[in-house]
Design a protein around this ligand. Sequence first.
Ligand SMILES: Nc1ncnc2c1ncn2[C@@H]1O[C@H](COP(=O)(O)OP(=O)(O)OP(=O)(O)O)[C@@H](O)[C@H]1O
Ligand SMILES: [Mg+2]
Length: 340
Amino acid sequence: MIEARGITRTYHSRGAFTGERTVHALRGVDFTLPKGGAVAFIGESGCGKTTLGKILTGIETFDGGELVVDGVELSKLSPRKRAPYFRRIQMIHQDPYSALNPTRTIEQILGDPLRMRAKETGGASSASGVRARASELLELVGLEPDGVLPKYPHQLSGGQRQRVVIARALTVDPEVLIADEAVSMIDVSMRLGILALLHDLRERLGISLVFITHDVATARYVGEGAELHVIYRGQVIESGLTDDVIQGPVHPYTQCLLSAIPIMRGLEEPGPDRLAPLAPLDEKVATDGCLFAPRCPFATERCTAERPVLEAMGESGQLHACFHPTARRVVGVEIAQAAV
Ligand SMILES: Nc1ncnc2c1ncn2[C@@H]1O[C@H](COP(=O)(O)OP(=O)(O)OP(=O)(O)O)[C@@H](O)[C@H]1O
Ligand SMILES: [Mg+2]
């Protein structure tokens, strides 16, 4: 369905206080999303996750690489010809509170895109036809239509709003949903419900899923057989089947991410078998070497001089970009497993 090859995005900005700044938001990201499949991206704040999501939905441009959707390379097409491909890919944003227009009822919020869709496909665009389809979509996302349709967004809970956001994404019959931190702003008790819904949409409607998160426990939930890509400062530094990566991370950054899960354990002194917590990131450090080297407890001279690229480790298909890949004991993995 989607094949991304070497996607690059660099921002140049000039600020009154920061001066001229170049941010390498993405540095050559490759991945494949099969039809009906799932793929997860995980990494800390600022690593480029949202930029990738925006590129996949056509909201953001990219300056290098290829994006192939259903066998068609999109950068070769004019913006008008590209639009129908991007319409198949819908994004669910992090914040269900600002995603819905507060002055419109849920019926109006779902009605507009449904009428547009009906015009395109020759479906029913009458008021009753649109209402019936809106009800159907609300039921699909686990909401009771008669109760929800006349309401305004502020009358719904965060979890209900996120379900409405998902229903709105479904109005255009998408083939891919991009969930960008889709549960991070929702009450913990409702998160599992939304994750289960995404899972269910994948199974029932065959919708493919790109799941973007900073949270290992939710990444793990995305599904068996899904690929997990760990991003560090715009570069994928480890990837493989989700369970393989979580149970046997070989890149020190992935190991740090995993060992950072249980906060109580993070307070323990780092021992010889335990990685120290990550030091704060200094974006200004430019390096030809490994991007993680300034924070890596295992960095050597080679790491600061040369940048490792993804290579295979063993036969599992797990890839890593590290000169010292080692399966180190990671505290917290058992907690990550228990959390889902
Ligand atoms: N329009 C822009 N102009 C300049 N820099 C940008 C722009 N958009 C993003 N960036 C920078 O690109 C980098 C990646 O941003 P992005 O929003 O993709 O991160 P993220 O992984 O989604 O972070 P978070 O977890 O906080 O949402 C950041 O350093 C950010 O400051
Ligand atoms: Mg983001």
